[in-house]
Design a protein around this ligand. Structure first.
Ligand SMILES: NC(=O)c1ccc[n+]([C@@H]2O[C@H](COP(=O)([O-])OP(=O)(O)OC[C@H]3O[C@@H](n4cnc5c(N)ncnc54)[C@H](OP(=O)(O)O)[C@@H]3O)[C@@H](O)[C@H]2O)c1
Length: 235
């Protein structure tokens, strides 16, 4: 029996990933910073609701205690994230972003992953086949962002891509230091969710494909990689 935690799973890609992993037979902890939204979502799927705000040490520590008491953890999907658009849904260009905006985004997308991963590492170490999946983005790729003509090249913001490039680095460093675990970064592709005001071209079913695949990877699978549904991506 595989036990999986997905952060930020009350909606969007995290919810779809939870749905698919419940179907695949995993015991799923559906993480949500809002307990009520989490309970409602978990009830729909037959998952276990877990209150978890990735920016809050106490919330993360309490969640780790609950999962430990429930029997431990095999798979951690660090999915919770934000893009930091304006309320109207516009990407904030480089010249208009503030350090404060960037700090807030990094708190969730980057420091949140470190906070959650380190809190759950003791549980993952006890698993026979521990797996970590970190939600990156195609916008994390320095090669793509620097190549004229690619969709990534046209993206004007800096906070979100920089946070996801940091996620890639974190993934590489954890993977090297924890060789017993499969730890990978994934890009779901441009998916219609609240994050991008539903402007994405993929459905959540399509976007969740690579997340689910990497969450179910075997002990002989890759680690320290960066993948989308088609395969490895350029860093
Ligand atoms: N959609 C895309 O095109 C795309 C592309 C590449 C990568 N991604 C990544 O995929 C992941 C999921 O995004 P999505 O598109 O599914 O967006 P979404 O529908 O907006 O879902 C984001 C989830 O993260 C949660 N969250 C935000 N801050 C949190 C916090 N401090 N603690 C716990 N949960 C928090 C949200 O909770 P609330 O409901 O409480 O806000 C929500 O459940 C993100 O990491 C995103 O960067 C998305």
């Amino acid at each position: 029996m595989t036990t999986t935690l997905i952060t930020g799973a009350n909606k969007g890609l995290g919810f779809e990933t939870a749905r698919r992993l419940v179907d695949a037979g995993h015991t799923v902890y559906l993480g949500s910073r809002d307990p009520e939204r989490g309970r409602t979502a978990a009830e729909r799927l037959g998952a276990r609701s877990l209150a978890l705000d990735v920016t809050d040490d106490e919330s993360v520590a309490a969640a780790a205690k609950t999962v430990e008491a429930g029997g431990g953890l095999d798979v951690l999907v660090n999915n919770a994230g934000a893009e930091g658009r304006t309320p109207e849904g516009n990407v904030i260009p480089a010249a208009e972003v503030t350090a404060g905006m960037m700090r807030g985004l990094f708190e969730t997308n980057v420091f949140g992953i470190v906070r959650v991963t380190n809190a759950f590492l003791p549980l993952l170490r006890r698993s026979a086949a521990p797996v970590v999946v970190n939600l990156s983005s195609g916008l994390a790729s320095l090669e793509r962002m620097a190549t004229p003509g690619t969709p990534a090249h046209a993206y004007p913001g800096i906070a979100y891509p920089a946070s996801k490039t940091a996620v890639n680095m974190i993934t590489v460093q954890y993977a090297k230091q924890l060789p017993a675990m499969r730890i990978n970064a994934v890009d779901p592709g441009y998916t219609a969710t609240d994050l991008n005001h539903n402007t994405g071209s993929l459905t959540v079913e399509q976007g969740a494909e690579v997340i689910v695949r990497m969450a179910r990877i075997g002990a002989d699978g890759p680690s320290g990689g960066y993948f989308d549904a088609e395969g490895p991506l350029p860093w």
